[in-house]
Design a protein around this ligand. Structure first.
Ligand SMILES: [Zn+2]
Length: 365
């Protein structure tokens, strides 16, 4: 029976619940220590729980906290699955690998970004190649994050942003703002500066637990887009590829594919999807990955919370008294702390994981 108490009140509690649930499930665990600390000085780590045969050729993977503060959601599903389903939900030759808090800094500080300022879903680019160019971002950076965050100064910055948007059009405006940029580490959607700790850790985990497997499904939990409480499996495979056929076979009619224009999420470079699909390739491995994106509140309130968070960490004092309302707004935006939302998240989370477990049994299709 799904249990809303699987969700935690903060990062440390989430980690404790995850490790307790891993024990209940008889999972083997591993810890990857992050070099930074949380706001209360707490130690931070990514933790891994694995169940099923050592040599299983099929593995279902869940990832929580790619976008730090969104980690409450994925952590809750991971804890609930380990505590209530566990090995009994795995067919033969199938393992489950649960990656908890891949961005523990962001989870603990209630931010989307990593300690390097990275949006992890812009950081999985090939760092040996020149970074994607986003000239528009430099035009608006100072208006997105004005130094003076008082209402008058913010209103002036908003007027400048509106003027810019009218001049370049909606498409160019949103590409500049959220398409990803590789020049401003303290700015929105920064993806550069080399592979972040979280990126390197995900690859280390993949190397250790997933190499040489025939069928891998990955569910990366996110929040903030779409209808309240609904989880949308979003995918980025090329049309007519094996990946595209498999996502439909796994998740049915509810799956959305960016390459078919079925989702507002764009197939932009730097996504975890591309990071893992560069490592695991057919015919050795069939990797089938989705972002499970749960709706919370409207985009405008998200934008507002996100902006204040960037201001706090660029110009404010993240440990001062101005921090509490900023973190509270981020937390609410990415983790609606209500029973109905949690129930919906758990129901859908169990469903999508169960479908992935059934899906990896299909082999080549
Ligand atoms: Zn996200």
């Amino acid at each position: 029976m799904a249990n809303i108490h699987s969700f935690a009140a903060d990062y440390s509690e989430a980690r404790d619940k995850f490790l307790s649930a891993a024990r209940i499930a008889n999972a083997t665990t591993a810890r990857y220590d992050n070099p930074t600390k949380g706001p209360k000085g707490e130690a931070l780590s990514t933790d891994v729980a694995r169940i099923g045969p050592e040599d299983a050729s099929k593995v279902v993977v869940t990832i929580s906290s790619t976008h730090g503060a969104e980690g409450y959601c994925g952590s809750g599903v991971q804890v609930d699955w380990l505590a209530t389903v566990g090995a009994g939900g795995l067919p033969k030759d199938t393992a489950a690998l649960f990656i908890h808090a891949i961005n523990p800094y962001g989870f603990a500080w209630t931010r989307r970004v990593t300690e390097e300022g990275n949006d992890l879903n812009r950081n999985y680019v090939d760092h040996s190649k020149p970074y994607p160019i986003n000239n528009g971002y430099a035009d608006i950076h100072d208006w997105l994050i004005p130094k003076d965050f008082g209402p008058n100064s913010v209103a002036q910055a908003d007027a400048k942003l509106a003027e810019y948007r009218a001049k370049v059009g909606d498409k160019a405006f949103f590409a500049a703002m959220s398409g990803g940029q590789y020049t401003h580490p303290d700015g929105f959607f920064f993806g550069g500066g080399g592979p972040s700790w979280s990126n390197r850790t995900l690859h280390a985990i993949a190397d250790r637990y997933l190499k040489g497997r025939s069928d891998i499904a990955v569910i990366d939990f996110h929040t903030g887009l779409g209808p309240y409480g609904y989880g949308e499996p979003i995918t980025h495979y090329n049309i007519d590829s094996g990946g595209s056929r498999r996502v439909r076979a796994f998740w049915g009619e509810s799956v959305t594919e960016s390459k078919r224009g079925q989702t507002a999420s764009a197939a932009r470079d730097g996504l975890g999807h591309y990071g893992l699909n560069r490592v695991f390739k057919e015919p050795e491995t069939r990797l089938t990955m989705c972002t499970l994106e749960y709706g919370t509140f409207d985009r405008e309130s998200g934008q507002k919370a996100f902006r204040a968070d960037h201001w706090l960490h660029k110009y404010g004092d993240p440990l001062g008294k101005e921090a509490a309302p900023v973190r509270a707004a981020m937390r609410r935006q990415f983790y609606p702390d209500t029973d109905d939302w949690k129930e919906a998240v758990l129901y859908r989370g169990h469903q999508v994981v169960r479908q992935a477990i059934a899906g990896v049994q299909l082999g080549a299709i």
